[in-house]
Design a protein around this ligand. Structure first.
Ligand code: AHM
Ligand code: MG
Length: 333
């Protein structure tokens, strides 16, 4: 049995010059995950953490109490350890510079969607936390600037998610494969349960909000029809699974093989998901597990961010399925 803590220490030993800051950040995330896990699991009992918070985030979406709570938990845990210089979150309007002696001298920044899958919070369906870590570009010793957050996904040092499902799992990469840890609440420990995760090359599930079919671009509609056709050689028709929580849908497709799509649509002309908090970390994990992620034209990880809350059309999952979807999109362009 190997715990997440032991695993982090073991990995750090591979880098003799490591300062332990990245390990510190991962420990802060681990602590946040335990706190969020606890509160999600009690949510049905304590009305004060269910429902809407009464505010909207910068994108005009209603914030849930648990969204706000998870955001504060992450921020406080990271601030307390002092290993990040700045923080940006889907729930905050702007980035935050941790402007303390330690914060100014830290070399990493972190971006997060602290509680993804808002529509599933109040109905006991899995939600998740997504995080993404970069080295800052601005000089150490000064407060972080916006350019620190506008780095291509390719520059990520680490990324991962926590899925609060039938069990809670933390899955992350530091660019050297993907490893998954299952939380044992009785011990309060994350245990390595899924070493070196690999996404099947050919998938057989597709995850998309098909109710919005009429609003999708032609290429996406054709890909959906392709998934539904009968063809024994490619094991079609594929099955559809849509949880409506990116983390859960991604996690399912990572284990079983499949594709998750949130395309452009007439309701979301630029896509719904956010490049910095959702697209990039999931794309990094997908590539590290042997899968792919594209906006339909370019690899997600090669997109130059220009806005903190930038949206992106998102196709992620098994390589063969992502390539196929791209083929349909290119043919309809
Ligand atoms: P959120 O970050 O506000 O929760 O939005 C992102 C979520 C994804 O987790 C999920 O896949 C998608 O939005 C669901 O959207 P829809 O209800 O339009 O299908
Ligand atoms: Mg989200």
């Amino acid at each position: 049995m190997k715990t997440l803590g032991e695993f982090i220490i073991e990995k750090q030993a591979d880098y003799p010059n490591a300062t332990g800051e990245l390990s510190g950040i991962l420990s802060a995330i681990r602590l946040s995950a335990k706190i969020i896990h606890r509160d999600i699991n009690r949510a049905g009992l304590t009305q004060d953490i269910l429902g809407e918070a009464g505010d909207e985030n910068i994108q005009g979406e209603a914030q849930m109490k648990l969204d706000v709570f998870a955001n504060e938990t992450m921020k406080k845990a990271l601030m307390a350890r002092g290993d990040v210089a700045g923080f940006a979150s889907e729930e905050d309007d702007s980035f935050i510079a941790f402007d303390t002696e330690r914060g100014r001298n830290a070399k990493y920044i972190l971006m997060t969607d602290p509680l993804d899958g808002s529509s599933n919070i109040d109905v006991n369906v899995s939600v998740g936390t997504i995080f993404s870590i970069y080295k800052r570009i601005s000089p150490i010793g000064s407060p972080v600037t916006l350019e620190d957050f506008f780095q291509k996904g390719r520059q990520q040092v680490a990324a991962g998610y926590v899925t609060y499902g039938s069990s809670t799992m933390l899955v992350y990469t530091t660019g050297n494969g993907v490893n998954g840890f299952t939380y044992d609440p009785s011990l309060g420990l994350f245990i390595l349960s899924h070493p070196e995760m690999k996404m099947p090359f050919h998938g057989k599930y597709y995850s998309i909000n098909e109710g919005q079919y009429v609003t999708f671009p032609e290429g996406v509609k054709k890909f959906i029809k392709y998934c539904q056709e009968e063809d024994p050689t490619t094991k079609r028709p594929y099955s559809s699974r849509y949880i409506g929580s990116l983390v859960s849908d991604f996690h399912r497709n990572l284990l079983k093989g499949g594709i998750y799509i949130y395309p452009t649509s007439t309701s979301y002309p630029k896509g719904k998901l956010r490049l910095l908090y959702e697209g990039n970390p999931m794309a990094f994990l997908a590539e590290q597990a042997g899968g792919k992620a594209t906006d339909g034209t370019h690899p997600i990880l090669d997109i130059q961010p220009t806005e903190l809350h930038q949206r992106v059309p998102f196709f992620v999952g098994s390589t063969a399925m992502v390539d196929k979807a791209k083929e349909f999109i290119e043919a309809s362009a």
